[in-house]
Design a binder for this molecule. Structure first.
Ligand SMILES: Cc1cc2nc3c(=O)[nH]c(=O)nc-3n(C[C@H](O)[C@H](O)[C@H](O)COP(=O)(O)OP(=O)(O)OC[C@H]3O[C@@H](n4cnc5c(N)ncnc54)[C@H](O)[C@@H]3O)c2cc1C
Length: 439
């Protein structure tokens, strides 16, 4: 480290890494802190969860990204708070890290909305560990059913996905394809046509922010793939062996994937600053934290006004653009220039449903669906994936899977771990009432 200003970045996700990459070329010292030693490319996590890709294809060691940049340091640790007066970041059981400027980019986590049993029994999909947990459990259920077919009557092959946003749609489609095209050929003794993939959405449409035509196409495509889409269906309770719905009916199941909503990471609460919807950190128009002009919040953890009374969505583009913008504001401040106002450039939204099926809505409202949208989705994810090795590996995996329907990573790697909330106290009214509904 030198005598130059030190910028500390909390989180090596899309926002944090973009800020660090922008700052690395300038006369500042940078410290990136993350609780994991790797970056996770979240949009492809569902493919790890459904045995399409390996974890190393969608993760990248943070140190490896900055190995040629002496002035960018990495620190693995979990941030537990900030001493604003002394400008110190506190880490769990580690030494503090001093900063001149701070960028908070710690992202979001699953929101269980106080639904009893949701945190304890369902499987969220927000981290690499989550994805591996889903994969292990999913594949184990098929092995169990093979060993003891009487369990099928108890719902062991009913896979329930809660939440009809992009993640829920992607997971439901990928599980349906995994079962009908891959596992069906693996299990000679088991009739997998009895498998049910059930997608529950409390609203009246899937993919809420998309055009109605794309929503309709998504429902039809999923149904053709064998997914039972149940709209206007709220989950009121989850137990080890069933999901209970608002009308009192139950679905027997041993696997509930939770894709129903997100909230800001806990660290947002620990900073002692103003928070908005979903516990997100309220920011000024220049993305600085009110009362702390040396600190910025970006990406999923930030509550950013969209200029027309709403908030910006929690999407990769918002984090990428915010990361670059916050880095620029720090450089401007150091150069004695005034700060700017953040304007988000909407580039559109997309979601994939399955092989040759995706939906894209461009910023101006134009829509694309089916094969062209799927190709666009593949290309875009390859472009944004971090690391040339990962791009090559993902491309190879996709080509192999496409040609052979033989996904390599369907390994059950460790003794099954329970969902993260399974150690008790989960899903209580008080714990979750503070978390707003963000997505
Ligand atoms: C399954 C899934 C699919 C998605 N698909 C899409 C998509 O197709 N398109 C799209 O635009 N968006 C998608 N998103 C949303 C997108 O990934 C997020 O908007 C984006 O990752 C936000 O970037 P970020 O930098 O704010 O946070 P993140 O990328 O989440 O990074 C936050 C980082 O902070 C670290 N961290 C958290 N807490 C601490 C702490 N206390 N101390 C230290 N480190 C900490 C985390 O380990 C993580 O590395 C998806 C999200 C998920 C979960």
């Amino acid at each position: 480290m030198t005598d130059a200003a030190r910028v500390v970045i909390i989180g090596a996700g899309f926002g944090g890494l973009t800020a660090a990459k922008h700052l690395e070329k300038h006369d500042v010292d940078v410290v990136v802190i993350d609780k994991n030693n790797y970056h996770s490319f979240l949009p492809l996590l569902y493919q790890v969860a459904t045995a399409g890709l390996n974890p190393a294809d969608v993760g990248y060691p943070v140190r490896g990204l900055f190995r040629r940049r002496q002035r960018v340091l990495f620190r693995q640790g979990e941030v537990t708070g900030v001493d604003w007066e002394r400008r110190l970041v506190h880490l769990h059981e580690e030494d503090d890290v001093a900063f001149d400027y701070l960028i908070v980019a710690a992202g979001a986590t699953a929101n269980f909305f106080a639904i009893p049993g949701a945190e304890r029994y369902s499987y969220p999909l927000y981290t690499m560990s989550d994805a591996l947990r889903v994969r292990n459990h999913l594949l184990s259920l098929f092995e169990e059913a093979d060993a003891k077919p009487s369990l099928i009557a108890d719902g062991i092959l009913n896979i329930v996905v809660v939440g009809g946003g992009p993640t829920g749609v992607e997971v439901a489609g990928a599980v349906a394809e995994l079962v009908s095209k891959v596992l069906d050929r693996d299990f000679h003794d088991l009739d997998l046509s009895v498998t049910r993939v059930i997608l529950l959405e409390r609203g009246e449409s899937l993919l809420a922010p998309f055009d109605p035509d794309l929503q309709e196409y998504t429902v039809q495509t999923l149904e053709k793939m064998g997914v039972e889409v149940r709209l206007g269906t709220s989950v009121t309770r989850i137990a080890e062996d069933r999901v209970v719905l608002a009308d009192g009916s139950t679905i027997p199941t041993r696997m509930v994937v939770w894709a129903a909503g997100i909230r800001a990471q806990d660290v947002a609460e620990e900073l002692g600053v103003e928070r908005g919807a979903g516990g997100r950190i309220v920011v000024e128009p220049d993305l600085s934290i009110p009362g702390h002009e040396e600190a910025f919040a970006i990406g999923d953890i930030a509550d950013i006004a969209d200029g027309s009374g709403g908030r910006l969505p929690q999407l990769a583009q918002v984090a990428l653009q915010g990361g670059r913008f916050a880095a620029d504001q720090i450089l401007r401040t150091l150069a004695g220039e005034s700060r700017q106002v953040f304007h988000y450039k909407d580039k559109g939204i997309m979601a994939t449903i399955g092989r040759r099926a995706a939906v894209t809505q461009l910023a101006g409202g134009a829509t694309i669906k089916g094969y062209p949208a799927w190709l666009a989705w593949l290309m875009l994810h390859l472009v944004y994936l971090i690391g040339a090795r990962n791009r090559f590996s993902v491309m190879l995996n996709w080509a192999w899977n496409y040609l052979t329907w033989d996904t390599g990573p369907r390994l059950i790697l460790s003794p099954e771990e329970p969902p993260p909330g399974a150690d008790g106290g989960a899903g209580t009214e008080s714990a979750a009432s503070a978390r707003g509904h963000t997505r």
